[in-house]
Design a protein around this ligand. Structure first.
Ligand SMILES: [Zn+2]
Ligand SMILES: [Zn+2]
Length: 359
């Protein structure tokens, strides 16, 4: 457990303190974005700065750092935010949770070497959480990696790993002949289907972390009963710190169990007005109530600010970070209402997630 009280000020101060030990660029960017997101986004035209070459291999910070690589709800491409992905770096070893579009670019911006990633956990297999996986995998292969990349996630993850191997096949076929490559992609990308359970289930444990998961409520029962696919929340425990990533979810009693007492609770959030708009659309056309539709999906399967606050309070978490921010298309993120809704139920610190924020 981290002795430091996890206030917003401490997050930034802690980050600045770490800057003296190693690369400071991601920390500075995180601080700058928190201080003035509007100017940053405007000034940068939404893009990230080019990566500094050569420094990522040396990046070793003590303890656990959590870097938000993508905070956008999807599917969709946005110049201000990448799709959902979070890096959890423990004593220099990066683990990924989800790998949405733009994650790879933000890893490089954060000076986390893509070649060092050995384990990725997927909360579920919607494309806004998986789209950069083929890019990361083929980059690892062509970069000469020979150790396996283990992919963990709910049912379908083994299929996804096979699809990645298939994606790599043509490039590998060319480079094996033309460049004398030796590694077969089949030996590199290994999928592990994880059971979605109603009590926390250990997924894996190594010398740095223990990782467990639980089923959340992203797939409502009427869909769940017709398919084998599931959705999970994920918890990482290291020696000094713990973090839960909610995955996409509506209010989930299971997630409250998984997140009990956690240091950092990274939770998806949907603006109340966004849910109301989708609900109104469904109400206008009652046929949609009994049909699978995007409107019904969005309104039923995500957490409003009040849902997030209730889960955080019931789980007695120490810090909430708002992630996968789902708002009406074409509007900027309404910061005030998101935070106010959470604070109706949760009195601890709440941080609005930004790409490249390090916690
Ligand atoms: Zn999503
Ligand atoms: Zn989803």
């Amino acid at each position: 457990m981290n002795n430091q009280k996890p206030t917003r000020r401490n997050i930034l101060r802690g980050a600045i303190g770490l800057a003296g030990l190693a690369s400071a660029s991601v920390i500075q960017r995180a601080v700058a974005q928190q201080a003035a997101p509007a100017q940053q986004q405007g000034a940068r035209g939404g893009g990230n700065r080019p990566a500094r070459q050569g420094s990522s291999q040396d990046r070793v910070l003590p303890g656990m750092q959590i870097v938000l690589l993508g905070t956008r709800a999807g599917p969709g491409v946005d110049l201000k935010r990448a799709e959902t992905s979070t890096a959890i770096v423990v004593d220099g070893t990066p683990y990924l949770v989800d790998c949405g579009y733009g994650a790879l670019r933000n890893m490089v911006a954060a000076e986390i070497s893509p070649s060092k990633v050995e384990k990725i956990v997927f909360t579920h297999l919607h494309n806004d959480h998986t789209a950069d996986l083929p890019a990361l995998a083929t980059l690892q292969w062509s970069g000469g990696r020979s150790k396996p990349l283990d992919l963990y996630g709910p049912f379908g993850t083994e299929d996804l790993a096979r699809a990645v191997v298939a994606y790599c096949k043509v490039d590998a076929g060319i480079r094996t002949v033309d460049e004398g490559r030796k590694v077969n992609p089949e030996d590199l990308f290994i999928g592990h289907n994880v059971q979605a359970t109603s009590t926390p289930l250990k997924i894996f444990k190594d010398d740095k972390v223990e990782v467990s998961a639980i089923e959340n409520t992203h797939y409502p029962e009427h869909s769940r009963s017709q398919m084998p696919y599931r959705s999970i929340g994920v918890r990482f425990d290291s020696e000094k710190r713990s973090v839960v990533i909610s995955g996409d979810t509506n209010f989930s009693a299971n997630l409250v169990k998984l997140a009990q007492g956690v240091d950092v609770f990274i939770c998806e959030i949907m603006e109340q007005g966004t849910r109301d708009r989708w609900l109104a659309q469904v109400a206008e056309n009652p046929d949609l109530l009994n049909k699978a539709s995007i409107g019904r999906h969005v309104s039923e399967t995500h957490a409003t600010p009040e849902d997030v606050g209730r889960m955080a309070a019931e789980a007695n978490v120490k810090l909430v970070v708002l992630n996968h921010q789902l708002t009406n298309a074409g509007t900027s993120t309404p910061l005030g209402p998101l935070l106010e809704g959470v604070r109706k139920f949760y009195s601890g610190e709440v941080v609005l997630g930004e790409d490249l924020l390090m916690i």
